[in-house]
Design a protein around this ligand. Structure first.
Ligand code: GDP
Length: 436
């Protein structure tokens, strides 16, 4: 599990530039593997060997100060709630604006680590100008220039130093599947959990976290034992009804990162929209299992929309990762709740399966012989050996004489064949081509 760092501040102070600098190197790696990045406001970063997740709250809102003042305030409040540390970015060119002062006021009450970054400090003169930011009452500040990266090293040194130690996951917990229920506000998450779990009498244990409320709760339902991540959070939190992408993402990050399989609830009466997609890609990016429940199915007129049409429409949006279970449920009539749980467990097992190397070679090498990678510049690519790596999520490596000649479409072909022959439904797969 990672610490979560939120970047806050008003528009145009340079939050996104700073964010991109933080995640750059790692993003590039992710990019070359999956070929796609969808969410530019969430990523992983690493400094001095410590990995953490970063959310750029500003990435979700564009515009001038006045229109969004209330909005920024709510973002900061949410960041305070959900993040382990906050980087507050201000702009030396502008000096302290009324909104900076507002944000600082909120942050001063917080006991979590707050780092004040004074951005656009690219000369000695501005270094002097930065002194005024002491008036924000947040103590020491870091002068940085996001564009060049100067000063960011000192800031990051401090950040990783003050990030809290996360509770250790015990071995016992480690062995149980961890599921989380995610989705936009009002999709029916609480109703689903209540319908599935019922009263608290089903709670076996409650593992207390150190700094926050317990994140895992153990259940035993229909013969399945599992941990439900952050259920307490869903139940406890004052309901956020604002239906903005940022809220769902912010509220889902920790639960998703901590889970094996994410149960994504969507509201059947609304369809699979931007926010649902963001959460889906968050799970995919973290290489978690995913299952989609089209909830409130009882409210949909069956003659206007069949499950088949509905499902096809969702799958279009999932491209290229379309091999995902989609189930039509109702938390109110309890339709297909057991099926949903069974499928979730199946996804968990799919994600853990290990294909014996000999079997994998038998199948794949025959296939590759029949459908070899296309020759490039008169050169033939030969793949002689392949295997599944012993990694927590399914990764496959193919050894070739000319790995750089194997392009994305062929990798996708290999992935599709793996999926046809073995059940990896709901599970992101990585394919690597390496030199032999
Ligand atoms: P959450 O914000 O995702 O936790 O959503 P809630 O569980 O609070 O549900 C929001 C509203 O939708 C409540 O009024 C629920 O009664 C209603 N609801 C949830 N699931 C269903 C369902 O499957 N069918 C119908 N008809 N209503 C539902």
């Amino acid at each position: 599990m990672n610490n979560i760092v939120a970047i806050v501040g008003r528009p145009n102070v340079g939050k996104s530039t700073f964010f991109n600098r933080l995640i750059k190197r790692r993003e590039a790696i992710v990019d070359s593997v999956s070929g796609v990045t969808r969410d530019r406001n969430y990523g992983k970063s690493e400094w001095n060997g410590k990995e953490f997740s970063v959310i750029d709250t500003g990435g979700y809102i564009k515009g001038s100060d006045d229109i969004f003042e209330g909005e920024i305030r709510r973002q900061v409040e949410l960041a305070i709630d959900e993040a382990d540390a906050i980087i507050f970015v201000v702009d030396v060119e502008e000096g302290i604006t009324p909104m900076d002062a507002e944000v600082a006021k909120l942050l001063r009450k917080v006991t979590k680590p707050i780092l004040l970054a004074v951005n656009k400090v690219d000369n000695a003169m501005r270094e002097k100008d930065a002194i005024e930011f002491y008036n924000l009452g947040l103590g020491e500040y870091f002068t940085i220039a996001s564009i060049s990266g100067s000063g960011t090293g000192e800031l990051l040194d401090k950040l990783v130093e003050v990030l809290p130690e996360l509770p250790e996951v015990s071995e016992d917990e480690e062995q149980l599947p961890r599921f989380c229920v995610v989705g936009r506000p009002n999709a029916g998450k609480s109703s689903f959990i209540n319908a599935l779990i019922g009263e608290d009498r089903f709670v076996v244990t409650d593992i207390a976290g150190t700094t926050r409320d317990s994140i895992d709760t153990r259940y035993n339902r229909f013969g399945f034992e599992f941990n439900l991540v952050d259920t307490a959070g869903i139940r406890r939190k004052a309901k956020v009804k604002e239906d903005l992408e940022f809220y769902s993402v912010m509220r889902s990050v920790r639960a998703i990162e901590h889970s094996d399989v994410c149960i994504l609830l969507i509201d059947a009466t609304r369809g699979f929209e931007g926010q649902d997609q963001s959460i889906f890609w968050l799970a995919e990016k973290n290489r978690k299992g995913v299952i989609i429940l089209v909830n409130k199915w009882d409210l949909v007129e069956k003659d206007t929309m069949s499950t088949r049409d509905y499902e096809a429409k969702i799958r279009e949006e999932l491209q290229p990762f379309t091999d995902v279970p989609i189930i039509f449920t109702s938390a109110i009539t309890k339709q297909r709740l057991l099926k949903a749980l069974e499928e979730t467990v199946k996804v968990y097992e799919n994600r853990k399966q290990r294909i014996p190397t000999s079997k994998f070679n038998d199948f794949m090498l025959k296939l590759i012989e029949a459908y070899p990678p296309p020759a490039l510049k008169g050169k033939y690519v030969k793949i002689k050996y392949c295997m599944q790596l012993p990694t927590p999520t399914p990764q496959f490596v193919f050894f070739a004489n000319l790995p750089q000649y194997v392009k994305e479409p062929y990798k996708r072909f290999l992935e599709n064949k793996i999926r046809e022959n073995w059940d990896f439904s709901g599970v992101p797969i990585d394919i690597y081509i390496r030199e032999k």
